[in-house]
Write a protein that binds this ligand. Structure first.
Ligand code: MF3
Ligand code: CO
Ligand code: CO
Length: 292
């Protein structure tokens, strides 16, 4: 963080003198980043209280949408039916899907059934049946702010293996979040903890996709790996808003695509994959899960 002159206006746009606003915050970042051999976050990564209110409002819609899906999802419906429900819900709430049209993505949500890792395109040909596990992932844009979350759903009675994978994947997300210690931990600590835990349960971590900053757009810096990397990473500080969204495989970590679809990512070995995603606001003394 570049330290300004005391009397200058603060960089955050509050209109206050730097000395009376973010000066001590910036000094603490620099001190802790140095101590932890971490990188200082850029100013764009630090959201104002007003921005955080905006992100929380988007999160309320995103959560409502996933609650709606949770109430209706069942065997016999298609993943395209879920997409239709979501489009209706977003319209009723004056909100939009950030997925629709993103790099040409054709639908408003992602639906990942069984061996689909992520970015499954809703289809009227994919009919849910008893025993399936499915991830529904959506990023809502509401009044210019973004919130991103996904949940797993189990359709009727599912196998013990599937249930355990879904549970452990949720624990991976929780263990990742537990690494957030504002000013005292860095982004890489999240992935280090997730990989260690997933492997201790006999699972593998998908390396091709990661969590991310979120708020003004769907995907922002910093990128949040779910596996161990010991490269210096960004210090976690209050005002940052990130997602954690581990994709955990029952078998090997490797992915594949099928002909004619560059979006849908499958496990290479055809075994199950699960994912949970939250949008998380980092606070003075910890974090708040705003979209889940
Ligand atoms: N919601 C996804 C994420 O967690 C991204 C969606 S990709 C899209 O980052 F293509 F569907 F938009
Ligand atoms: Co998402
Ligand atoms: Co995301």
């Amino acid at each position: 963080m570049k330290i300004l002159e005391k009397d200058e206006l603060c960089w955050c746009g509050s209109g206050k003198k730097y000395e009376d606003c973010h000066m001590n915050f910036d000094l603490k970042i620099n001190k802790q980043a140095k101590k932890l051999k971490a990188l200082s976050p850029s100013r764009k990564m630090i959201k104002s209280p007003k921005d955080i209110e905006g992100i929380k409002a988007a999160a309320v819609v995103n959560n409502g949408l996933l609650d709606m899906v949770e109430g209706r999802i069942k065997a016999g419906i298609s993943t395209d039916d879920i997409n239709t429900w979501c489009e209706e819900f977003l319209k009723e709430h004056d909100a939009h899907s950030a997925d629709l049209g993103y790099m040409g993505y054709p639908k408003s949500i992602c639906t990942a059934v069984n061996d689909v890792i992520c970015h499954g395109i809703p289809s009227d040909k994919v009919i849910l049946k008893e025993g399936d596990i499915i991830n529904v992932d959506v990023t809502t844009e509401y009044k210019g702010y973004y919130a991103d979350a996904s949940r797993m759903f189990m359709i009727g009675e599912v196998s013990e293996n599937a249930k355990r994978l879904v549970e452990v994947t949720k624990e991976c997300l929780e263990i990742g979040m537990a690494q957030i210690k504002p000013f005292y931990s860095q982004v890489r600590d999240i992935g280090i903890a997730i990989e260690r835990y997933a492997k201790s349960k006999g699972y593998s971590v998908v390396m091709e996709y990661c969590g991310h900053g979120v708020g003004y757009k769907m995907h922002e810096d910093p990128y949040v790996l779910h596996y161990a990397s010991y490269e210096p990473s960004v210090l976690l500080v209050p005002g940052m808003v990130i997602t954690i969204e581990p994709m955990i495989n029952e078998g090997s970590r490797y992915i594949r695509f099928k002909a004619g679809d560059d979006w849908t990512s499958y496990t290479k070995d055809g075994k199950l994959s699960a994912q949970w995603e939250h949008t998380i606001v980092i606070t003075e003394d910890g974090y708040e899960v705003v979209s889940k």
